[in-house]
Design a protein around this ligand. Structure first.
Ligand code: SAM
Length: 276
């Protein structure tokens, strides 16, 4: 089969008896135009390395391969191996499929140390766990060049939330302190088969500069304490963290403020003082 005459995705699903499994969080995308628009979000992919997590029957994978990407795809559903194998044949040398759980595979060993874009349409819990893992840790910049990930719209809004809003919290700070997340596209629930209960949105993240002298772990501890009791004043929520109240004083941050009123930069400044 050449890549010109791939069968429609619905036929692939039927031919392989790939009914969507609820346990694996499967909601498939079949609209090839929509899939090519998603594949275009990271920019030009010709000869670029791409890690796709959860390719399922391979809708987004096709779009990535057509854009000329060199794709490694991790999928844990055995039933998807046959259709993904057909795609690998249609795009010789462009697709490597790994059968397994993306949460258990060490992504750092992929692509021989070269940078890669990550794309995924995953169940909510797996997507969020991978996302926080990719954004955590002291080593920065990361090996990945960009993240393009489908989330429930509510989660996407928490990722890009600005200080002062109800959605602003630990996820926003983790996502924004050394990267620039954007909502690249909203996706209506009716675009999926079967349609999920809620609307979705695609987040696109590129790594930015890491502020000097700040430990990622310390920032994590500060935000954990501050948002652990988000309705409380900082003087209460941060009192268990040694040096935090003194840091507020040094920075001229009023300790009667609540966590959600602080900017990302203010959290970074507190963590910086505590990191020394
Ligand atoms: N990318 C396809 C699409 O857009 O039509 C499928 C999306 S479906 C929402 C999520 C896919 O992720 C499923 O194929 C599921 O089997 C796979 N998946 C779920 N958990 C996974 C995990 N921990 N590791 C790898 N794949 C996983």
């Amino acid at each position: 089969m050449s890549n010109q005459d791939l069968p429609p995705l619905r036929e692939v699903i039927n031919a392989h008896g790939l009914f969507a499994s609820k346990a694996l969080g499967q909601n498939f995308l079949f609209d090839e135009q929509l899939l090519s628009r998603i594949a275009a979000i990271p920019g030009r992919l010709k000869d670029q390395n791409v890690l796709e997590v959860g390719p399922g029957p391979g809708g987004l994978t096709r779009a990535l391969l057509r854009a000329g990407a060199k794709v490694t795809a991790i999928e844990m559903d055995k039933r998807c191996m046959a259709p993904l194998g057909e795609l690998a044949e249609a795009f010789p040398g462009q697709l490597t499929v790994i059968e397994g759980d993306a949460l258990k595979i060490d992504h750092a060993t992929l692509f021989d140390g070269e940078p890669y874009a990550i794309l995924a349409n995953l169940p909510y819990n797996v997507g969020t766990a991978l996302f926080t893992g990719w954004l955590s840790g002291e080593a920065w910049p990361p090996r990945w060049a960009s993240l393009t990930l489908m989330f429930q719209q509510e989660v996407a809004e928490r990722i890009v939330a600005q200080s002062g809003s109800d959605a602003f919290g630990r996820l926003a700070i983790l996502s924004q302190w050394r990267a620039a997340p954007k909502i690249a596209m909203k996706v209506h629930r009716s675009a999926f088969t079967p349609p999920p209960k809620v609307m979705s949105a695609i987040i696109h993240v590129k790594p930015g500069d890491m502020p000097e002298g700040v430990s990622a772990r310390m920032l994590e501890r500060v935000t954990e304490a501050a948002f652990g009791q988000r309705r409380k004043m900082l003087r209460q929520s941060l009192k268990g963290l040694p040096g935090a109240l003194e840091a507020l004083e040094t920075l001229g941050i009023d300790p009667s403020r609540r966590a959600e009123t602080l900017s990302v930069a203010e959290f970074v400044s507190i963590a910086k003082i505590l990191s020394v």
